[in-house]
Design a protein around this ligand. Structure first.
Ligand code: GDP
Ligand code: MG
Length: 402
């Protein structure tokens, strides 16, 4: 294998992971990123421990990628000097960008593995847990997280204030992004493995420290497994967390919220355009002054035209990012059939709800209709996200040799 005694270049541009690893002389299964800033006193030990662990469980099938943000203590240089002892080690020195979460993505961009991971350099994440995380992935999980909040996990020496801050941050996340933060017990974890395919093709845009919420928020993640671990106290160096990281966390949550709500607003806008199509056609086809076709026939044509209109807009705009890799005619037609089916289901539901609300809850047909439309829109959106666009071609995750 060609050994670089130079520190490797870092990608720039979008924080986008390719579905296929870059072509190199050697591919591996696992690429583990170790973000560092001012860790010269920890880096040798963490590399040694990780190598011992992985030489046992994945001999010759892993790489360790240190991503250092040009630390003034020259961590990158200390790491690079370890090359002769560790053939699986690579070092990236980043000079144009800063921040933990983006460092992790830059590391993954240069990764050759199908499984990507991250672990802190400061020995607070015990390398021994890697084995269990790997097992979870090998048995089909998309994401395996080392967690402080499941059995076997903990933060023994944390002060009450620190525990409260951590729980408070989690609670805020739950309020703003329940569908993301609520999926795991330790959304703040910085120690996990995931399948490349779950985030490939998505433009990531994290701020600050919390790479895991970005991955769950924007990735296409099915099964998640959490493995307990005890967060160790730092022995050398110091934490870089300050009040600023709390602010960045809130900013990050808001950005993710906007990204997700933006999709819903697009869906609603498309729905309104469908309403215009439906109404106009109904007028043109059935009005006495125009074609005067039978009402049922006119409504059928108008309704189906609105469905086609909505499908095309949603496919090109609302869910465009989800279909980037599924552009064949067959895949598109399958999405259309599912969309059609869900719309018909929505219509049935809407009529039923309208009747139920009008007869049993509130005797005002417009309020009843409004409640029915809002409920059905939410239901339609969710079903289409999960069925028509999210998993058009869901194949089983690739089996991994352990
Ligand atoms: N590349 C890079 N790594 C960072 C940065 N900030 C922190 N890290 C690394 O990320 C890991 C976790 O950081 P730390 O400050 O210990 O966070 P804490 O454990 O939550 O207190 C350590 O390996 C740090 O060296 C950064 O801005 N860039
Ligand atoms: Mg730390």
């Amino acid at each position: 294998m060609l050994r670089h005694h130079l520190v490797l270049p870092v990608s720039t541009g979008d924080l986008l992971i390719d579905p296929l690893p870059p072509i190199t002389e050697r591919e591996v299964l696992l690429s583990l990123v170790i973000p560092t800033y001012q860790e010269r006193h920890n880096i040798a030990e963490i590399i040694q421990l990780l190598t011992l662990e992985l030489d046992r469980s994945l001999p010759n099938d892993y790489e360790l990628i240190v991503v250092d943000d040009d630390s003034p203590d020259r961590t990158w240089e200390v790491a690079r000097d370890l090359y002769p002892q560790y053939p699986h080690l690579r070092v990236l020195r980043r000079t144009h960008e800063r921040g933990l979460a983006t460092a992790v993505v830059r590391g993954w961009q240069s990764a050759t593995g199908q499984i990507l991971g991250v672990i802190d350099a400061d020995l607070q994440h015990p390398p021994a847990v890697l084995g269990k995380l790997w097992e979870a992935i090998a048995s089909g999980a998309d994401l395996a997280i080392a967690s402080r909040n499941v059995e076997g996990g903990g933060v023994s020496e944390w002060s009450l204030l620190r525990r409260c801050l951590s729980r408070g941050a989690q609670l805020l996340g739950l309020l703003l992004l329940p569908e993301t933060i609520g999926r795991v017990t330790d959304p703040m974890s910085g120690y996990f493995l995931l399948r490349r395919a779950t985030i490939a093709g998505k433009v990531l845009s994290p701020i600050g420290y919390k790479i895991l919420i970005e991955v769950i928020g924007r990735g296409d993640i099915g099964k998640i497994v959490e493995v307990g671990y005890e967060f160790q106290e730092r022995q050398a160096g110091s934490s870089k967390v300050t009040a600023r990281q709390y602010l960045e966390y809130i900013q990050h949550l808001l950005r993710l919220r906007m990204a997700r709500s933006g999709r819903f607003l697009r869906f609603v806008a498309v729905g309104l355009s469908g309403l215009v199509v439906d109404m106009s056609l109904l007028y043109l086809l059935t009005d006495a002054s125009t074609l005067a076709l039978p009402l049922a026939l006119g409504k059928l044509v108008a309704g189906e035209s609105a469905i086609i209109n909505n499908f095309l807009w949603n496919d090109r705009w609302t869910f465009a990012d989800l279909v980037r890799t599924q552009t064949s005619r067959r895949q598109k037609f399958r999405r259309f059939l599912k969309f059609n089916l869900i719309c018909l289901l929505g219509l049935t539901l809407s009529i039923t709800l309208l009747n139920l609300i009008y007869n049993f809850v509130i005797r005002d047909r417009y309020i009843a209709n409004f409640i029915a439309i809002v409920s059905v829109t939410l239901c339609n959106y969710w079903l289409n996200l999960k069925l028509s666009w999210r998993s058009t071609d869901s194949s089983a995750p690739p089996k991994i040799r352990t």
